[in-house]
Design a protein around this ligand. Structure first.
Ligand SMILES: C[S@@+](CC[C@H](N)C(=O)[O-])C[C@H]1O[C@@H](n2cnc3c(N)ncnc32)[C@H](O)[C@@H]1O
Length: 289
């Protein structure tokens, strides 16, 4: 473990930020790869001659930082890690980096199913890194969950994340197109959740390069109008939900009203648009009959 003085380290940090990037990303790198958090550092700075140990040497950390700056690769992919709710999840460029706004889906479920001892049966369509399903499987130890994805590589990452986060075995992972892997569970689900690809083609083409060049297209693009996958998920949901079963979808910031109408057209009731923390109608929820 390389040892370094606080003074030397602060100088190095300033030099890195001078090259570009933001403080938050550098702190993320230092925490995940270097093994030093901001709060560790705040305690150490009282004496600049203090010495401490890093998990990796400064040259190694600098090479990751420069890769991030010069290739625009997201720092989470370079570090292989993301923090989401209270989970530490492994990520590669085979999965979408789970976004902070998506964390709210789990809170929506908590409001609907208040008792954590409930034996809910849920499915998540398009699990990616597994973030949503793992958070639910941990919160409801008696639940049974199925997490699906079209991408086998993503499912392998999600499965590893689940094994690393949980001592339970209440979550299964299946590969396939939307509802197809759930053929045996028709009429049985209490809850189905999805954060499907919903970005309209025109918007997708203009995404910042750190998203478009690195995150999987299949996780982002929702067809011409962004609603291609959302429509399919809503239309088939009635076959799989039990009476009064819930469907919760994440959508693009401006799709709320259209998605609400799709729920209603497909005979859902209690349909509601739920805002994210910035006041954007980011989720649509409803229950089937
Ligand atoms: C927006 S990402 C969401 C990932 C994760 N649930 C999250 O919230 O971070 C959409 C996910 O849907 C998956 N997906 C795309 N097309 C699919 C399809 N036809 N059937 C099943 N999953 C699909 C992608 O592989 C990706 O993992």
């Amino acid at each position: 473990m390389p040892s370094i003085s606080v003074k030397e380290f602060l100088y190095w940090k300033k030099k890195q930020l001078f090259k570009g990037g933001d403080h938050e990303s550098l702190s993320f790198l230092l925490d995940c790869v270097g093994g030093i958090t901001n709060s560790d550092l705040n305690l150490l700075v009282t004496n600049p001659d203090n010495k401490f140990n890093l998990k990796k040497n400064l040259d190694f950390l600098e090479s990751i930082w420069e890769n991030h700056l010069f290739s625009s690769s997201p720092i989470q992919y370079l570090c292989g890690v993301v923090f989401w709710r209270d989970l530490r999840l492994n990520v590669t460029n085979k999965v979408l980096i789970p976004r902070p706004e998506t964390e709210l889906i789990v809170d929506i479920v908590f409001k609907i199913f208040e008792k954590k001892s409930q034996k809910i049966f849920f499915a998540e369509l398009g699990t990616g890194s597994g973030a949503i399903s793992i958070a639910l499987a941990l919160a409801y130890p008696l639940c049974n969950g199925i997490a699906t994805d079209i991408n086998q590589d993503a499912l392998e990452i999600a499965t590893k994340n689940y094994i690393n986060s949980s001592k339970y075995s209440n979550l299964k992972f299946y590969c396939g197109h939307w509802w197809n892997p759930l053929e045996n569970y028709k009429g049985k689900l209490d809850l189905a959740i999805s954060n499907p690809p919903y970005i309209p083609r025109e918007t997708y083409e203009k995404l910042p390069k750190e998203v478009k060049n690195f995150e999987p297209k299949t996780a982002l693009l929702g067809g011409e109008d962004g609603l291609e996958h959302i429509k399919e998920i809503i239309q088939k949901a009635p076959l799989f939900l039990r009476e009064n079963g819930w469907l919760i979808l994440e959508n693009h910031f401006d799709q709320g009203e259209k998605v609400k109408q799709l729920f209603i057209k497909n005979k859902f009731k209690s349909v509601e648009i739920v805002n994210d923390l910035s006041g954007v109608g980011r989720f649509t929820i409803g229950r089937y009959k």
